[in-house]
Design a protein around this ligand. Structure first.
Ligand SMILES: Cc1cc2nc3c(=O)[nH]c(=O)nc-3n(C[C@H](O)[C@H](O)[C@H](O)COP(=O)(O)O)c2cc1C
Length: 358
């Protein structure tokens, strides 16, 4: 028995497990498989067009009747700063030369747009049961429209202060994202990554500070981690990295093998890939230009100059310029279909919880 059933009842899922949205490395296939296994599947929409997001949701709806989450970024957009851009291109120029690319050729601007009126219209049209946000919440006018459709609103907090802010500003459920987590820190009231608490310290303090159900995220990859999250007062878990090695993820082969080789001490936080701090396995860009560099333009503009390098290197099977986002529990990941993994995670957690109770 799950010690806290609030999330199960609110989300109407079989297990209190959220398959984390992971932009760039997954699509409808992972959402479908995780949902078939009994988790809440989340579709990352941050780098999708409205048309693509609609297509993906329609694919999911045709295959499963389970509730789903659509996930969006809601960072404050920052204009391109030509000086910062020029400095960054200067740092990248040797790589352009090495790969035979022209650094002066026009590049499409990195496409991580915040949640806007067009995406909000799509949410109104598709009515996902859950909408989750990263980097805070959208403005009140947009949020009101999302809530009016009946969507449950979820967002990530990396500190108690952010959790309280989210509750006060309309989140129905809060993800407490610890420093162990793979990908971008959801931080939005601070930029200081050195201060981010780990999951074990953050979850109980967030649980104490807010009334809404709390989902633990960061470093949870097996039944032990899930049971620990419940012991800390969480009503559920959000798991990203552990789903990356499932056949349904869209990780390219060299990224898959980099993750398969990673250990407990293999991940670091970097800002050079996108301009915002994110945790991943170091690639060549992170090793040679970072992991933290003052030259990286603001989010998401650091990714713009890297895009042609990424595309060219991947043609040679190299992930020198590819995000290898993963959390500290990457070693615990298993190559297993996502539905099976979800059931295995839930089964192991329930067994561990009953052993602890007994
Ligand atoms: C590859 C990758 C991509 C991610 N992309 C997103 C995203 O698009 N939106 C989001 O809200 N969170 C994103 N995250 C963060 C997850 O929501 C979650 O906080 C994290 O995966 C939990 O930690 P874990 O990776 O240790 O399980 C991403 C994480 C990873 C590993």
């Amino acid at each position: 028995m799950w010690p806290d059933r609030r999330l199960l009842e609110l989300l109407k899922v079989e297990f209190p497990i959220v398959q984390a949205p992971m932009a760039g490395v997954m699509d409808a296939d992972l959402v479908i498989a995780a949902a078939q296994g009994g988790a809440l599947g989340s579709l990352p929409c941050a780098i999708l067009s409205v048309e693509k997001a609609r297509e993906q949701v329609n694919i999911i709806r045709q295959r499963v009747s389970a509730p789903i989450a659509m996930n969006f970024f809601c960072h404050e957009p920052v204009e391109v700063d030509p000086k910062a851009e020029a400095r960054w291109m200067q740092r990248l120029e040797p790589y352009y030369k090495e790969l035979g690319l022209d650094p002066a050729a026009p590049i499409n601007v990195a496409n991580r747009a915040p949640f806007d009126a067009a995406m909000c219209e799509l949410v109104e049209e598709l009515k996902p049961e859950v909408v989750s946000f990263h980097f805070g919440l959208p403005g009140q006018a947009l949020l009101k429209r999302v809530r009016a459709v009946g969507c449950i609103v979820i967002s990530s907090a990396t500190t108690v202060k952010e959790a309280i802010w989210l509750e006060e500003n309309g989140a129905d459920v809060i993800i407490a994202q610890g420093a162990e987590a793979g990908g971008h820190r959801g931080m939005f009231l601070t930029e200081n990554i050195a201060e981010q608490p780990g999951t074990f310290a953050l979850v109980p303090q967030v649980v104490d500070a807010v009334k809404v159900p709390v989902i633990a995220a960061g470093g949870i990859a097996d039944g032990r981690g899930i049971a620990a999250a419940f012991a800390l007062g969480a009503a559920g878990v959000q798991i990203g990295t552990a789903y990356l090695r499932c056949p349904e993820s869209k990780l390219i082969a060299p990224a898959r093998s980099a993750l398969a080789q990673a250990r407990d001490d293999s991940t670091v936080i970097t800002n050079v890939m996108t301009g915002r701090p994110a945790r991943g396995v170091p690639n060549r860009t992170m090793r040679e230009l970072g992991p933290i560099s003052p030259d990286a333009p603001a989010f998401p503009h650091a990714a713009t100059g890297l895009a042609p390098l990424k595309a060219a290197a991947e043609k040679f099977g190299k992930v020198d310029f590819t995000n290898l986002w993963a959390g500290q529990a990457v070693r615990l990941g298993r190559e297993m279909p996502a539905a099976e993994l979800t059931r295995a995670l839930a089964g192991a957690a329930l067994l561990r919880l009953s052993q602890m109770a007994g």
